[in-house]
Write a protein that binds this ligand. Structure first.
Ligand SMILES: O=C(O)C(=O)C[C@]1(C(=O)O)C=C[C@@H](O)C=C1
Length: 299
């Protein structure tokens, strides 16, 4: 993986395991900047792989064994729950010079699995998480700009060779992403708060809406507030089931904290209503959200 100007691309042979939104976008982003040579697609759904090929995201459909034999970089973009069997297969197939990474939304579980399953070879695997996505799925949703300007967290092991880490950072930067390094535990705690619990709450709220007797009336009147609050609830149930199960302890801790915040706001509304306290809490939330909007530089 040299990426010489006018020479070899950063990734001469790239293998994507899972060619949907996340994997397809990674291939498309590297292709856009000429940094992926040949792209192999590996997956469990033949129809989806064929669509990825027709869309030009991958050049060829391959088995995991072919990918392991040929690829310089293997990118695992499957639901977190599907990672263990893939790592088990890779353990006996992996060439010593192949770099493997993933895009899973939780990192402690994935890092632990890599250590347990890959043994000595775990140092070739760098757990990663691009903090980008959408509620859409499948190769049609792939977008070469998905990672542009977005953060990617890598959680290398203590013995990850610097040269591999550097290589992967260059690859992500070629996709337009900004890379940070942290421990898997710190990642999982923070993501429970800013990604997993929001999804859980959006799903809980949708559950409340659809269980109401007048659900149709409510949904017919829903506007942009409803749309913005619930967009993420439309994401893949399989992907989100795996995220919640994989980061269970941190999610449950954050839900306890959410309960407290909810009680704080409720208390200002219940009983002897306290309009000033309610306004202060709403104002604090509004300022925090506006400040975040200013610094996140998201569209
Ligand atoms: O915007 C969405 O729909 C997402 O899926 C985005 C989001 C997030 O919470 O920011 C969700 C999970 C992924 O791990 C990364 C990104």
């Amino acid at each position: 993986m040299n990426g010489d100007p006018g020479g070899q691309p950063l990734v001469p042979v790239l293998a994507i395991v899972g060619t949907g939104l996340i994997g397809g976008s990674f291939a498309a982003a590297l292709r856009r900047v000429g940094q992926a040579g040949r792209v192999l697609g590996v997956g469990r759904n033949p129809a989806s792989l064929q669509r990825a090929r027709s869309l030009g995201l991958i050049d060829d459909v391959a088995s995991l064994a072919q990918a392991a034999a040929e690829a310089d970089l293997i990118f695992l973009a499957t639901p977190v729950g599907a990672m263990a069997p893939i790592l088990r297969d890779l353990a006996s197939l992996l060439r010593p010079d192949t770099l493997v990474t993933d895009a899973g939304s939780t990192k402690a579980d994935v890092a632990r699995l890599a250590q347990e399953i890959l043994g000595e070879r775990h140092a070739q695997f760098i757990p990663g998480h691009p903090i980008a996505g959408s509620e859409m799925a499948g190769p049609e949703a792939a977008d070469p700009m998905l990672y542009h300007g977005r953060k990617v967290v890598l959680t290398p092991f203590d013995d990850t060779p610097g040269v591999l880490q550097h290589r992967l950072i260059r690859v992500w930067e070629a996709c337009g992403a900004r890379v940070s390094l942290m421990t898997p535990e710190a990642h999982d705690r923070a993501l429970a708060a800013v990604s997993h619990v929001p999804h859980f709450l959006a799903a809980a709220y949708m559950t409340q809406v659809i269980r109401a007797d007048d659900a149709d009336t409510r949904l017919n009147l829903a506007g942009t507030g409803f749309r913005d609050f619930t967009r993420i609830a439309a994401g893949s149930a399989e992907v989100w089931r795996d995220i919640f199960l994989s980061n269970r302890a941190a999610v449950l801790r954050e839900l306890d904290d959410f309960d407290q915040a909810l009680q704080l706001l409720r208390a200002a509304l219940e009983g002897d209503t306290d309009p000033a306290a309610l306004e202060t809490l709403l104002e604090q939330a509004a300022l925090a959200r506006r400040f975040w909007g200013g610094r996140s530089q998201m569209p």
